[in-house]
Design a protein around this ligand. Structure first.
Ligand SMILES: *[C@@H]1O[C@H](CO)[C@@H](O)[C@H](O)[C@H]1NC(C)=O
Ligand SMILES: *[C@@H]1O[C@H](CO)[C@@H](O)[C@H](O)[C@H]1NC(C)=O
Length: 535
């Protein structure tokens, strides 16, 4: 080969290499540009909201402290105080009083508790209550006062009264320019106004009515009176709001007073007060079985290696159910072939712990099936449900993270879009992300899942449907460092047992058109969707 030719080839190779390197780096750059770095968001539980005590609302600011007033005891005692009592009110002794009106009673729950445990139980209860308050508090419940852009100052949000009860309205005042007479009025639709004291130099009209007018030649006196206005809800409704109008001659402001009962807490005793987790007290393992008793037994055996005293709840709709024996096991027999979601519903309805772990009956606990890690995520964040990973026999891991989106579609119904992936990483939990749907191996807050429920109409197949029903109700996460094994799923047809064949017949029917039809009908009618896209 002549030298020049060798050189040429070499040169060509070099050029090719350079081009190739450039192309590859360009590609990498492009891929990096597509894959923006993951966002990390803190979703730690924040502190519980402070209660606004009505007593502090009664205190005047320094500027208004000198204005004389006369308290009205009858109205004052209507205001909520943190000192309720259960005492039998003394009544007149009349004949047949018991038969006519029943026997009055008062029970103090404290006295039926073991005195030696009282202190501990109280502390655990308060700790769980603070967590509950953090979770049930909504940003819209926070009291916000609109400072006087117009001359009117008033609460934008965060005013709340119990049905048929009385409160002070916080944050009302007038900041006007010099006038001869200052005059404001308040109107409501399902409540009345009163004053808790009469302030000197203020004329009030409409006491005990839906429309109240206050006027005074002194703005400070009027403002002191405005601090002492009460609102009494007069039409019972357990959860509604009254829109109040606050007016001067030239300006109108409107704000809402929420009318509702306090959210009744439902607390679970976590079994210990220190920071370690007692999994038996916190978690129930729930599963649904159909025919596959050998697989179920393997699952139970594997659970018992690490969690000997955690309760296992089994919903079973086999035709000829076999008894599943063992300590801390509850088996619920259902009508034959009731189905997948009905079974989930039944199992979860029987859970009496704060959390439950959902597993399929053909899963196997392994060394990385660490429930404590999932409990830690739910205890420390605002998540309601957190999925783990399922390792298939092929070695492939499934987390099945799905983002779910609803796009408005007008009269014909909305459009649903599902997309693999997640919204963001979770601060402090490097293996976890926030998403909308996860694999059928998850730890969940029992209360929240009961709110959503599993639609029993989905009998044969169904999974994502639960997360679609839970959209906007559940805060969902997924962690890939808690892993359960999936016992053989791929079966060669000649190695299948009779049970396998029977199972397949039910779970994956030949004409799956019927179950698809049911699903589509549910999407269309129940969820008011017209179509769905996904990947
Ligand atoms: C209930 O009983 C406990 C102790 O016996 C007592 O401290 C508490 O004040 C009682 N509560 C009421 C509302 O009477
Ligand atoms: C954990 O909880 C279980 C069930 O409530 C209880 O029986 C057990 O004593 C608790 N264990 C510890 C160490 O507190």
């Amino acid at each position: 080969m002549p030298i020049s030719l060798v050189k040429k080839t070499r040169m060509r190779t070099t050029t090719k290499c350079v081009v190739l390197v450039a192309l590859v780096s360009l590609c990498l750059l492009f891929i990096r540009m597509l894959n923006k770095p993951d966002k990390v968001v803190g979703i730690w539980n924040r502190g519980a909201p402070e209660d606004i005590l009505q007593n502090t609302l009664l205190q005047p600011s320094e500027k208004l402290a000198h204005i004389p007033l006369k308290w009205k005891d009858d109205i004052l005692q209507l205001l909520p105080k943190n000192s309720c009592k259960c005492e039998v009110e003394p009544t007149m002794d009349i004949p047949f009083r018991k038969e006519l009106f029943g026997k009055p009673f008062a029970v103090n729950f404290t006295s039926s508790l073991d005195p030696s445990l009282l202190d501990k139980t109280y502390k655990i209860r308060e700790k769980e209550y603070q967590k509950f308050k953090m979770r049930s508090h909504h940003p819209m419940d926070k009291l916000i006062i609109a400072k006087a852009n117009s001359p009117l100052e008033y609460p934008i949000q965060g005013v709340e009264v119990q049905p048929l009860k009385t409160i002070l309205i916080p944050g009302l005042s007038l900041q006007d320019t010099l006038r001869k007479v200052y005059k404001v009025s308040l109107s409501s639709t399902i409540g009345t106004f009163d004053t808790v004291a009469e302030v000197e130099g203020v004329t009030v009209k409409g006491i005990g009515e839906k429309h109240i007018t206050l006027s005074s030649p002194h703005m400070d006196n009027l403002n002191r009176q405005l601090q002492l206005i009460t609102y009494t809800n007069t039409a019972f409704h357990p959860n509604t709001a009254d829109t109040v109008q606050f007016q001067t001659n030239e300006h109108t402001a409107m704000f809402n007073i929420k009318v509702r009962h306090p959210t009744m807490p439902k607390l679970y005793n976590p079994g210990s007060i220190d920071s370690s987790y007692n999994i038996s007290a916190l978690v129930t393992i729930a599963t649904k079985t159909f025919l596959r008793y050998d697989k179920l037994q393997n699952l139970i055996d594997s659970i018992r290696k690490s969690y000997p005293t955690v309760k296992i709840i089994i919903a079973d709709d086999s035709e000829t159910p076999q008894k599943v024996e063992g300590p801390f096991i509850e088996q619920y027999i259902m009508p034959f072939g009731k189905g997948w979601f009905a079974g989930r519903n039944l199992a979860v309805s029987q859970v009496s712990t704060k959390y439950f772990l959902w597993v399929d009956d053909d899963f196997i606990f392994g060394p990385r099936t660490n429930i404590e890690k999932l409990v830690d995520v739910l205890e420390k964040t605002t998540l309601d449900l957190v999925g783990g990973a399922v390792r298939e026999v092929t070695g492939y891991y499934t987390t099945y993270r799905q983002k779910i989106n609803v796009m408005p579609g007008g009269k014909t119904g909305d459009c649903l879009m599902t997309q693999q992936g997640y919204h963001h990483l979770i601060e402090g939990f490097p293996n976890c992300v926030v998403t909308d749907g996860v694999v059928n191996f998850f730890l969940a807050r029992t209360e929240k899942v009961l709110e959503v429920g599993f639609d029993p109409k989905l009998s044969r197949t169904g999974h994502l449907e639960f997360f679609i029903d839970g959209l906007g109700k559940l805060h969902v996460g997924s962690c890939d460092n808690v892993i359960v094994e999936h016992a053989s799923k791929i079966h060669l047809s000649w190695s299948k047992t009779e049970v396998d064949k029977q199972y397949d017949k039910f779970r994956y029917p030949k004409s799956s058109d019927h179950s698809k039809n049911i699903k589509h009908h549910l999407y269309y009618f129940k969820n008011r969707l017209q179509c769905m896209t996904g990947n």
